[in-house]
Design a protein around this ligand. Structure first.
Ligand code: NAP
Ligand code: GDD
Length: 321
């Protein structure tokens, strides 16, 4: 089997590549041209994967890519994925996260409708939640240009499934984290910040809204759900979540507590880090994924936080040396 992953240099792309290689897949990754390489997360598998240049902004580059690689499965993980940036660059976010999806679906429709497709949809689409917990049936109310763009990507995936019979699935994934998470996302910012304070490399950590609640899981568990969706006989939409919500404050307490630090001495709230419109509470119900895909997460909240803090401690200790 041959899989093409867009966004292979990102957190999820790197875990999915690890997972598919273990399953014996030939893995191709789409990368965009940059003046310096951003391959840190896939360095350990660099000689086992094939990297091919294309860009979500360029339709012909996507068509050429799909024609050259001839994948059995495409996982579309590439996106402008940072919510605050989507207010500063709403048009670009729409180009990547909304129209970018159509470009890949068009390539599939044009070249080979048998290619199976996975779209990385997001719990951000639930935004100002209409129901608790959120399921596949919960209506969307996105609160950021990112969430709006992802809602388009979700519905165009369903539309190509229904219009052209393409095996196109959409995974509505709730927040998932890991030691490979980008440093600007709150979990990694906290674990990196706590480790820096512990090692005497920083004395404060500036954060925004500590009351927001998220349903956090481990990225390594969540990429398995993507693969399971693509293996199903019929394409569908699935919520993937841990089923537990924690506040940012809980995450901070757990991370600082793991290092025997009292977060109240170090965390400063900064109004500049508040968002123009916030998603206050996310909590997913993944019963359908558990029932129909047999998916079960292995890493719980406490284990996730500790894994991330330990990894940041190890990295920063080595850097300090
Ligand atoms: P990430 O770490 O930010 O990775 C994003 C990837 O997209 C990077 O490989 C990036 O490449 C690539 N990319 C961005 N713009 C591109 C373009 N124009 N052309 C080609 N590649 C482009 O994100 P992630 O956390 O792994 O998330 C993966 C996907 O799942 C995203 O679509 C995200 O929106 C979605 N999602 C994530 C979560 C979560 O909690 N992590 C939850 C729900 C949905 P560069 O290295 O070149 O920047
Ligand atoms: N990034 C960040 N930085 N967030 C902060 C901070 C801070 O200093 N302080 C508080 N927060 C709060 C945000 O206001 C938000 O409510 C919450 O922490 C989580 O923020 P992020 O970690 O940036 O993630 P996100 O929930 O906005 O988006 C992530 O999850 C989505 C799925 O729900 C991203 O991975 C998206 O790509 C993904 O779709």
């Amino acid at each position: 089997m041959r899989a093409l992953i867009t966004g292979i240099t990102g957190q999820d792309g790197s875990y999915l590549a690890d997972f598919l290689l273990d399953k014996g897949y030939e893995v191709y990754g789409m990368v965009r041209r940059a003046s310096t390489e951003t391959f840190g997360r896939i360095e350990h598998i660099r000689d086992r994967i094939n990297l091919v240049q294309a860009d979500l902004l360029d339709q012909l580059s996507i068509i050429n890519l799909v024609e050259d690689v001839k994948p059995d499965e495409i996982y579309n993980l590439a996106a402008q994925s940072f919510v605050p940036t989507s207010w500063n660059q709403p048009v670009l976010t729409g180009e990547f996260d909304a129209l970018g999806v159509t470009k890949i679906l068009e390539a599939i429709r044009f070249l080979n409708k048998k290619i199976k497709f996975y779209q990385a949809s997001s719990s951000e689409m639930f935004g100002k939640v209409r129901q608790i917990p959120q399921t596949e049936e919960t209506p969307f109310y996105p609160r950021s240009p990112y969430g709006v763009a992802k809602a388009y990507g979700h519905f165009i995936t369903i539309n190509y499934r229904e219009s052209y019979g393409i095996h196109a699935s959409s995974g509505i994934l709730f927040n998932h984290e890991s030691p490979r998470r980008g440093l600007e996302f709150v979990t990694r910012k906290i674990t990196d910040g706590a480790a820096r304070i512990k090692l005497g490399l920083a004395d404060k950590l500036h954060l925004g809204n500590l009351d927001a609640e998220r349903d956090w899981g481990f990225a390594g568990d969540y990429v398995k759900a993507m693969w399971l969706m693509v293996q199903k006989e019929k394409p569908d939409t699935y919520v993937v979540a841990s089923g537990q919500a924690h506040s940012v404050r809980n995450f901070v307490q757990e991370a600082f507590g793991h290092l025997n630090l009292d977060y109240l001495e170090y965390v400063v709230t900064d109004p500049k880090l508040m968002r123009p419109a916030e998603v206050d509470h996310l909590l997913g119900n993944a019963s359908k994924a558990k029932r129909e895909l047999g998916w079960e997460p292995k890493v719980d909240f406490k284990k996730l936080v500790q894994m991330m803090v330990d990894a940041d401690m190890e990295r920063l200790r080595a850097e300090k040396k």
